[in-house]
Write a protein of this length. Sequence first.
Length: 274
Amino acid sequence: MPATRHRLLYVTDLAYPAKGRRYCDEDIFLSSRLRAEFDIALCHPLDAAALMAGFDAVVVRNSGPVLNYQAAYDEFRARAEQLAVPVYNELTGRADMRGKRYLLELTAAGYPVIPTIDRAEDIGRLPEAAEYVVKPKLGADSIGMEFLPGERLAAVVYGEVLVQPRIDFRYEVSFYFVDDDFQYALYAPDPARRWELVRYEPTDEDLDFARRFIAWNGIRHGIQRVDACRSAEGALLLVELEDLNPYLSLDALDERTREEFAQAMAGSLRGLLG
C-alpha cells in the first residue's frame, strides 16, 4: 500500500501586482517542488477559511498585505484555531504577523534595531536626523508611510503610528531562514534600487545578528526574513522581521540554492505535520 500523502492548502494571490516583481513565479516553483511529496491545492487568501477543513495544513505564502483583506484574515486565523489545522508559518509569530509594534518592544529591550517610538513625549529618545519616518503600526509594503522633517513631528497624531529616524545607510541586506536554519542572504548594493538583489556572503557576526531575532520570535516551523540596513558607521540595524508571508526573491538565486531551499521547506513542513 502506498504511504498516505498529506494534503496542503497553499494560499497565494497569483495576480498580486508587486512592483517590478512577479510573486506568482515563486509560488509556482515552490508548489511544483512540494507536489513531489504532498497533495497540494492553491487558493486565494479570501477562500482559505472556507476551504481549510479538508486539508492537513495550510501554507500561507505570497498572499499580499493582510491590510487588503483584514476581516478575511482574522476569520482565517479564528477558523484555523477552531479546527486545529496547522498553519505555516505558525501563527505564534511576534513580529510583522502582528503589525509593527514589536519594533517598540525590541527598542525598549536594547536590540540592534532602528530606534522606534509611538508617543510624542518620547521624541527625545530618538537620535537627531534630517528626516523621520512615520509608519502605521499595522502597515505593510510601505502603505501609509511618510517622511517628515523634524520640525513637522509636532503635528504627528500618535496612537496608531510609529516614528523612527531616517537612517543614512550603506545598503540593505536580508537574511532568509527556514525554521531556525539559515538558508541564504541577499542585498541591494544600491540603496535606491531596493529590489535589485545579489547574493551576500554574511560574516559570523552578521549571522549572530540575524539569529538573535529568529530566536526572539520563537517560530518552530516557518520561513522568516530578517531585513536589516548597514549604517554609515558599519553597524547592522533591524528594519523589519517578516514572519507572515515573506517574499523570498528566489529569482536572484542560482538553481542549486533554489532547489535546496525547496527541500528545506519540505522538511520544515514534515516537522509541522509531525
